[in-house]
Design a protein around this ligand. Structure first.
Ligand code: NAD
Length: 370
């Protein structure tokens, strides 16, 4: 039985509540003899600020680096609205991404048949949807310098953000997208704005180069990011993998997310580069949602985004594809059986608690693996 080391950072608000349900799945994986997990816990976000006056300590970052993967809950909340900007709870994720070199953010948008009604689009447009958005997450306009607001001679102000991408940054994110597509439906849509942005011209050229040199057997289309946004709400099932820079990826992944219904259903992964010598890849798995202060402590949070994030860890960090598929099937079956937390409830169904949803998934895993 393979043995893995996980760092669990439950964070704030509903983070610890949904993390507990993912832990139930980890316990089951051990009991079923599939894989054993050594788990270590640490503070992140507001909880870390309260204890150490920073959103994440260097010691925690070192632990994250030493682990095979990090499971992250959620951070933030009104309690920490007043803390200095550089120590705000959300800085925990940005620091972990930066320090662990996590450049590839993967966000699947999957529409379970049982939840198709929860989408804002018509059932036939979203039912069975399964797309993956790959967003470059350490470069681009969010990080480029100069980044400033300057006061001009006439007293008015000018704001500047800088979009920067190098060949290497584009090549490595393109490779992630092509490799993922090979394990899916073999198609990559690369979204940029080469019609108005130099970074778009380079993006398109470099993606085309990586495709021709290494992945000519994968389908590739170049698509303008604005058209991609339009196509996502017109006919999302035309896509398999979409790759985009940090800014466009941020917007496209949020649009795609909403096709599937609730925030409580959306997992994500952020991956680093594989060390060629050791084969180790830093990786962090987290639900897309935040700490939901409005429902924290009430037992209403949906744990499926967190459990789905663990599923992504099984798939991308531990190569446990069959087990990841099994977990996806268990989630789909639980939903099909009408088990619903409050955020995804439909008329005539009484919502279950966070813990009951976690139990239902584990029971379904047991039933499926008999
Ligand atoms: P949020 O995602 O926490 O909540 C938005 C809405 O969705 C709320 O009504 C909430 O109850 C609901 N919701 C979210 N997750 C849910 C779940 N699992 N089950 C059921 N309902 C769920 O976003 P927000 O309210 O804008 O932010 C709250 C705090 O979280 C802020 O401090 C924000 O900065 C932080 N935040 C953190 C992360 C992160 O940790 N990655 C991401 C986004 C926001």
């Amino acid at each position: 039985m393979n043995h893995y080391k996980l760092l669990l950072l439950p964070g704030d608000g509903i983070g610890p509540e949904v993390m507990r349900e993912a832990e139930k799945v980890l316990t089951w994986l051990g009991q079923a003899g599939i894989a054993s997990f050594e788990t270590e816990f640490d503070l992140a976000g507001g909880a870390a600020y309260d204890a150490h006056q920073v959103a994440v300590t260097d010691a925690t970052i070192a632990r994250a680096r030493a682990a095979d993967a990090v499971l992250f809950g959620s951070v933030g909340g009104p309690k920490w609205d007043h803390v200095p900007y550089q120590h705000r709870p959300e800085a925990a994720i940005l620091n972990l991404r930066k320090e662990l070199g996590l450049f590839a953010n993967l966000r699947p948008a999957l529409c379970y048949a049982a939840l198709a009604e929860a989408s804002s689009l018509k059932r036939e447009i979203v039912e069975g949807l399964d797309i993956m958005i790959v967003r470059e997450s350490t470069g681009g306009v969010y990080f480029g310098h100069p980044k400033e607001i300057v006061t001009l001679e006439d007293g008015s102000q000018r704001a500047v953000d800088t979009q920067i991408y190098t060949t290497g940054e584009i090549e490595r994110i393109a490779r992630v997208a092509f490799m993922l597509a090979k394990k899916r439906r073999n198609k990559v849509s690369s979204a940029e704005k080469n019609n108005v942005m130099k970074s778009g011209v380079l993006w398109k050229r470099v993606v085309a180069g990586v495709h021709a040199a290494e992945f000519a057997d994968v389908g590739l289309e170049h698509i303008l990011a604005d058209n991609c946004a339009m196509q996502l709400v017109r006919n999302p099932k035309q896509f398999d993998v979409i790759v985009a820079d940090n800014l466009f990826g941020d917007i496209l992944s949020d649009a795609a997310a909403m096709l599937t219904g609730s925030l409580g259903m959306l997992p994500s992964a952020t991956l680093g580069e594989k060390d060629p010598a050791t084969g180790k890849m830093n990786a962090l798995y987290e639900p897309v949602h935040g700490s939901a202060p409005d429902i924290a402590g009430t037992g209403q949070a949906n744990p499926l985004a967190m459990i789905g994030s663990l599923g992504m860890a099984l798939r991308y960090s531990f190569d446990m594809l069959d087990t990841a598929d099994l977990l996806d099937r268990a989630i789909a079956n639980v939903l099909a059986a009408g088990v619903r937390t409050r955020d995804i409830v439909s008329p005539g169904i009484s919502p279950v608690s966070t813990a009951a949803m976690g139990d239902a998934v584990v029971n379904e895993l047991k039933a499926l693996s008999k």
